[in-house]
Design a protein around this ligand. Structure first.
Ligand code: FAD
Length: 457
């Protein structure tokens, strides 16, 4: 385990949580020259949410400040990939959004133009053929191409991606996007921080003491006290509970999200594919016998229209047979997350069937599912799905949380921002948008029109 557990009696900064948010905060503090940092986690590092993700990243977000925040995070990911010899296998295969609906393609095209204007890169259009389209490299992150390639017809799309359904009428290939090993990124940062003198302690933060000046000390497992002036709540889905130790309300909810990893022994999911996303809602065409079973089990919701955005990608190196699939068709929100997550026996089958609408070869698993495992965790979110990074509550208390379904790709910029707040370094332009006091502005609160404004999948 990557933990060096001698607990010091005092520290300049105590970070509660060794998920990717806490580890990245510690890492960026050391890069700013801050020492005396202790990271406390009740679990081994990176094992609650940060090892359950699909590990994907993109600069393609429908609003600012998310485009600039993610662009900064990807800049840092690329810099650390270079520095570490790409220890965490950063790739740049892109995200391919596909649709079988002309109005949907029009709306995606319209939205792409707006995202491009926000600084996410240029648009290239392909109408009757894909001539001139530059395919993504299988490995590596260095290709300079960014923005997006828009395939305005199904023919042009299938010329570039021959595995996509004949029903598709077009799609968008977002280029500054791909995936990485989140655990390797986290492990590299932990190693770097340990080398810089950070202490990792296994235990639960059970109390935070404050006085009129601010944070004074924390208690681990009810017994061990560490004096500190700065405390960082990086407790992921438990950030609300940790906030209550300081008497601070943390405005978040947590939403269950699952993922299936399957052994694609028939080679149905193309190994060279980018992350692929079906942008349309769909209905599963269940066989008569299965319909009977679903009625008996009162699973009417899966017989109805299911939401858009079933997605997946190949997983592992070139010789791997594994692939990942996700479909957020039944997310539930809670203020009190619990583990283990409830198992839904239908989830793998639904994902495989949903994916076969986009990749018809996947229908080969309709008779018998391939070997698979399901895991998942929580997207911990604010109401407008923007993160919470900055001071909160008593002086010396900070938060780096609410990283939703984008915490791996955002980790570098979020940790950098938290570290800047703590150390007093200059703040980037997006700092205010992610601060908790944004909710003190009634006009801002009124302007939050929709919960899902950040284009989450
Ligand atoms: C199915 C799924 C798919 C995802 N896909 C992607 C993706 O493709 N790309 C992407 O960027 N993101 C993705 N995410 C989101 C990403 O995984 C999260 O945003 C990120 O891992 C959150 O990190 P965190 O450090 O905030 O939380 P966590 O990893 O949960 O870490 C919080 C830590 O705090 C500790 N803790 C809590 N309370 C205490 C206490 N009192 N004392 C001590 N320790 C405490 C916990 O033990 C835990 O280790 C996905 C998430 C899920 C669930």
């Amino acid at each position: 385990m990557l933990v060096n557990s001698d607990t010091p009696q005092s520290a300049r900064v105590v970070i509660c949580g060794a998920g990717i948010a806490g580890v990245s905060t510690a890492f960026h503090l050391t890069r700013l020259g801050v020492s005396d940092i202790v990271v406390v986690d009740a679990r081994p590092p990176l094992t609650l949410t940060s090892d359950k993700s699909t590990e994907c990243y993109r600069n393609w977000w429908p609003s600012n400040p998310m485009v600039s925040f993610m662009s900064r995070s990807i800049d840092l990911l690329e810099a650390y990939a270079l520095e570490s010899g790409n220890r965490f296998s950063l790739s740049r295969r892109g995200y391919l959004y596909v649709t079988a609906s002309i109005p949907q393609l029009d709306s995606m095209t319209h939205q792409a133009a707006a995202i491009s204007q926000l600084g996410a890169g240029d648009i290239r259009n392909f109408r009757n053929s894909s001539a001139g389209y530059e395919p993504a490299a299988l490995d590596g992150y260095e290709a300079p191409v960014d923005g997006a390639d828009i395939f305005r017809t199904g023919e042009a799309l299938r010329e570039a991606f021959d595995f996509v359904s004949g029903d598709a009428v077009g799609g968008i290939h977002v280029r500054r996007a791909g995936w990485l090993s989140a655990q390797q990124l986290g492990a590299w940062m932990i190693e770097e921080t340990i080398e810089a003198g950070v202490t990792y302690v296994q235990g639960a933060v059970t109390n935070v003491s404050t006085d009129e000046v601010g944070v004074r000390s924390i208690t681990i497992d009810g017994v061990t006290s560490v004096t500190c002036k700065n405390f960082v709540n990086a407790a992921g889905p438990l950030a609300r509970d940790v906030g209550s130790l300081l008497g601070t309300a943390v405005p978040i909810t947590s939403e269950i999200h699952q993922k299936v990893s399957f052994k694609d022994h028939k080679g149905a999911f193309p190994r060279h594919a980018p992350m692929v996303i079906w942008n349309d809602p769909q209905r599963i065409d269940w066989e008569a016998e299965t319909r009977k079973f679903l009625v008996e089990e009162a699973r009417y919701e899966v017989m109805d229209e299911l939401p858009a955005f079933v997605h997946g990608r190949p997983e592992g190196g070139r010789d791997s047979e594994w692939a990942l699939g996700l479909w957020e068709w039944n997310t539930k929100s809670t203020h009190s997350p619990t583990w283990p997550l409830e198992d839904d026996p239908l989830y793998p089958e639904l994902v495989v069937r949903g994916l076969s609408t986009m990749i018809p070869q996947m229908a080969t698993y309709q008779e018998a599912l391939p070997e698979h495992t399901v895991d998942g965790g929580y997207y911990t979110k604010t109401i407008e799905n923007l993160p919470l990074v900055g001071p909160i509550g008593p002086k010396g208390s900070f938060i780096c949380a609410a990283l939703s379904g984008y915490g791996i790709m955002a980790a570098c910029a979020a940790g950098e921002l938290a570290a800047a707040h703590i150390s007093g370094a200059p703040l980037p332009p997006y700092a205010q948008a992610f601060s908790v006091d944004r909710y003190d502005d009634p006009q801002y609160v009124r302007s939050i029109r929709s919960i899902n404004t950040t284009g989450q999948i």
